[in-house]
Design a protein around this ligand. Sequence first.
Ligand code: SAM
Length: 226
Amino acid sequence: MKSATQLYIVPTPIGNLEDITLRALRTLKEVDFILAEDTRTSGNLLKHYGIEKKLVPHHLFNEHKTIESILERLRDGATCALVSDAGTPAISDPGYLLVRSCIQAGVRVECLPGPTAFVPALVNSGIASDHFVFEGFLPHKKGRHTRLTALANEEKTMIFYESPHRLVKALTQFTEYFGEDRLACVSRELTKIYEENVRGTLKELIACYANKKVKGEIVIVVAGKD
Ligand code: SAM
């Protein structure tokens, strides 16, 4: 028999508030408490769905310290949900450490399926989606060259998260490792009113964004090596 879940990982919308599942809403209503990356952001989200629930801060800066007390409550039989500011927790967001600790402590964990930015970006790109590597955010300085060198011969489609003000710099850097004719796609503001998916070679994408003030959230999908 399936033992009762104590920690639910609950994905939340990445822009469009309609993108939350019925199960996510029910879970958020039913758990004893909700761990949130930013209690204000998640508080606004819960208010939108008419959910009143105690929010406990759980972020990169306190997750190591709070894990023991969370585990204690879960071992005592409490149930909780983990949410991040947007998308799926543990995907370029806090969550991995808590999931791993719960598994080690024998606490049952369940991740609900739901919004995440990289899946629509990959599918919208029109670039091969049968095999891919998710890179998330590349390191800014130390380790960036090493990571990109390791990816230079990658044959699978590559997915990167990037901030808007570093977009052109990242695309330019990619040409050094992947060549300027490599196909790519920039997905900006997915699920929001001004969603945009621009497809082309890295050279074409640089030309498209070079003289623009780029705003919003961005995923870059790059084809693997032929
Ligand atoms: N947990 C999230 C997920 O499941 O995708 C990712 C959180 S990470 C801190 C935030 C990054 O995700 C952004 O900088 C951007 O690269 C990407 N992202 C999130 N929402 C997005 C959106 N609506 N459109 C494009 N990219 C998005």
